[in-house]
Structures are given as structure tokens and as C-alpha cells.
Design a protein around this ligand. Structure first.
Ligand code: FAD
Length: 311
């Protein structure tokens, strides 16, 4: 075995059992803007189910090419207005001028939103190369700098434990991450990944590159491997073969699939916790159960909301 294998074995052995986890971690939840009234109702059920866990923030994604501009704004503004959770809006540079993007950011500030997840975004057609708008922000680092000029937003950015496909190697990817932090971002949320080692290696490399912002693992509890496999390659994430084996034969067993999904993701979170991670970002896909179950296993329990406490 290599030294890093031994290190991982030690981490796994040292890992506390779920029963010992005290819930001393912070979580955040990511949603996407709903397209229909039915989806909106489902999202709000999810929002209400997760709110008692008192997340550090919740965020709402921005569709390719700004296609969800209004819906993202409406969802973030409603969360800010009607819940006790700090709301963050994702914002991308795709197919919009600087003036248009700045306008969207101004509207967020006016609506009381103080946290932006600043991204370059992807071209509307999957798999094509990103080309900046002639008057637009050329990448996420430029967007972060632009937002900083408007207002003192809290800014999170994206990071890639297994390297973004547009970066030739990890050093270039880390240079890009450092540029985003230097421009004013204070937190990097990672693309999803499926082995704790991927995150630990990335965290070590980022530290060696002098990056000292908060690195928050993005956790995607997967219950449909085939679906995730379709887009994982495009976004710089690999899916280990054992994931396919774990879900083999479960197509007609949705309940079992959910239980396996929660077990796999919770086990990874437990190992991340053992490696010192105390912040977790969940890609909820607008469903509460999996994220809630994992948080529960991590020891998180509902906190009294101001309304409930007053009652
Ligand atoms: P950047 O940090 O700008 O960089 C992307 C890549 O391009 C890097 O490899 C970098 O090295 C390279 N690069 C940057 N600038 C240059 C340059 N000047 N010259 C050469 N190479 C350069 N997408 C959405 O559309 N909406 C969302 O809401 C959304 N939310 C996300 C949330 C998280 C937590 C994550 C991890 C991703 C999200 N994405 C979202 C996906 C993201 O938009 C894509 O991964 C996109 O391809 C890169 O965005 P970025 O902000 O990381 O880009």
C-alpha cells in the first residue's frame, strides 16, 4: 500500500460512528427554480421540510443562457421574504452583457439578497465551448470582480475536485480558483464527487497552492446513476464503477434505491467529517428526504424557528 492508502485507512478507522456525531456541522441546500405550479408546490414543501435544520444558506440555480432569470429571481426573493433562511442567488455570465448582469445583481440587492454564487455558466447547447458575450464578463473571476464593485455581496464560487474539463491540468484549475478568491469570493462550493479521497486530494492541492477560502463539498445524493452519468463527464466528475453495481437491479425498487442513495452519500459525509470537514452543501434536486436523512445521520436536529419558539 502507498502512504496515501494508509492515510485513508487511518481516516476510515478513526471515523466516528453516526451514533457519535453531534451535529456540529453547517449545511446549505441548493434548489433549482420550478417550471410549473406543481413543481413550485413541491419545492415549497421541500423548503419547509429543510428549514428547521437551520441551514447556513440556501441557493437557487440559474438556468443555461439566463433562461431562468425571472424564475430564479422570484424563487430567491420569496425565500428571502418568507423564510428564516439566508437566500443566495446563482448568477452566470452566459449570453448577457455586463450591464444586463449588473442589473440582475442590483435587483437582488434591492430585494435584500446579499449572497451571490458567481459562475461562468455553460453554453446553452451542451458540450459546446464557452464563448463570452462581446460586452460580457469573460469568466467567473471577472464576474466576482464586477459584483464587488456594485455592492459588498457575500460571494461563493465553484470548484472542481476532479478538475474542470476546460482546464488542461489541475494547476491551471487552481490558478483560476485563486483568481476568483482574490477577486473577492470567500467560499468555493465543489462540483459533486463520489469518493472522499477526491475531496481530500483537492483540499491538499488547494492548500499547497495557497488557497485559504472555505472549501465546501457539494454532495449529490444519487438514486439514479444512469441519469447522473449522462452529464457527469461534461462537468468534471467521475462516477466509480461500484456505484453502478450498488444500484444494479433496483430499477423497479424506488424505496430501496432511496435507502441505498442515502447510505452511500451519508457514508461519504461521515468520512469527510472524519477528515475535518464541517460544512456541507447538498444538491437537493428539490427533494427533501435524502438530504434530510443524511443531515439527521450527521447528528443535525431541527432547531426551533422563531415562529415555533414564540408559539
Ligand atoms: P470559471 O471559474 O470561470 O472557469 C471555468 C474553466 O475555464 C476553468 O477550467 C478555468 O480554468 C477556465 N478558464 C477561466 N477563465 C479562463 C481564461 N481566461 N482563459 C482560459 N481558461 C479559462 N451552471 C449554471 O448554468 N447555473 C448554475 O446555477 C450553476 N451552479 C453551479 C453551482 C456549483 C456549486 C457548481 C460547482 C457549478 C455550477 N454550475 C452552474 C456549472 C458551471 O457554470 C460550469 O461548471 C461552468 O462550466 C464553469 O463555471 P465556473 O464558474 O466554474 O467557471
Amino acid at each position: 500500500p502507498t502512504i496515501s492508502d494508509l492515510e485513508e485507512a487511518r481516516r476510515a478507522l478513526d471515523a466516528p460512528l453516526f451514533a457519535d456525531l453531534a451535529g456540529d456541522c453547517a449545511v446549505s441546500f441548493e434548489f433549482f427554480p420550478p417550471k410549473t405550479e406543481k413543481m413550485e408546490a413541491a419545492l415549497w414543501e421541500t423548503v419547509r421540510a429543510l428549514e428547521p435544520l437551520a441551514p447556513k444558506f440556501v441557493s437557487v440555480t440559474y438556468g443555461a443562457g439566463g433562461s431562468t432569470r425571472e424564475r430564479t429571481h422570484a424563487t430567491v426573493a420569496r425565500i428571502a421574504r418568507e423564510t428564516s433562511m439566508p437566500a443566495a442567488a446563482h448568477l452566470t455570465c452566459v449570453e448577457a452583457s455586463r450591464a444586463e448582469i449588473d442589473q440582475v445583481a442590483q435587483e437582488y440587492w434591492a430585494a435584500g439578497v446579499r449572497h451571490i454564487v458567481a459562475l461562468r455558466g455553460d453554453p446553452p447547447t451542451m458540450g459546446q465551448k464557452f464563448v463570452a458575450h462581446p460586452d460580457g464578463y469573460e469568466n467567473a473571476a471577472a464576474l466576482v470582480a464586477g459584483l464587488q464593485k456594485l455592492h459588498p455581496f457575500e460571494i461563493s464560487v465553484a470548484a472542481y475536485p476532479e478538475c474542470h474539463p476546460d482546464s488542461e491540468h489541475q494547476a491551471a484549475d487552481l490558478d483560476n480558483l485563486r483568481a476568483k478568491i482574490d477577486a473577492g469570493a470567500t467560499r468555493a462550493i465543489t462540483q459533486f464527487f463520489f469518493t472522499p479521497e477526491a475531496f481530500f486530494r483537492f483540499r491538499d492541492a488547494a492548500a499547497a497552492a495557497g488557497i485559504n477560502a472555505d472549501l465546501v463539498p457539494g454532495i449529490l445524493p444519487v438514486s439514479n446513476v444512469a441519469q447522473v452519468r449522462k452529464f457527469a463527464g461534461l462537468c468534471g466528475a467521475s462516477i466509480p464503477a461500484w456505484m453502478d453495481r450498488l444500484f444494479e437491479g433496483l430499477d423497479d425498487h424506488p424505496g430501496a434505491r432511496q435507502l441505498v442513495a442515502a447510505t452511500v452519500a451519508a457514508e461519504m459525509c461521515r468520512k469527510l467529517y472524519a477528515g475535518g470537514v464541517r460544512d456541507f452543501h447538498f444538491y437537493t434536486l428539490n427533494r427533501a428526504e435524502l438530504s434530510y436523512a443524511i443531515c439527521h445521520l450527521m447528528g443535525l436536529r431541527p432547531k426551533a424557528t422563531p415562529v415555533a419558539a414564540a408559539a
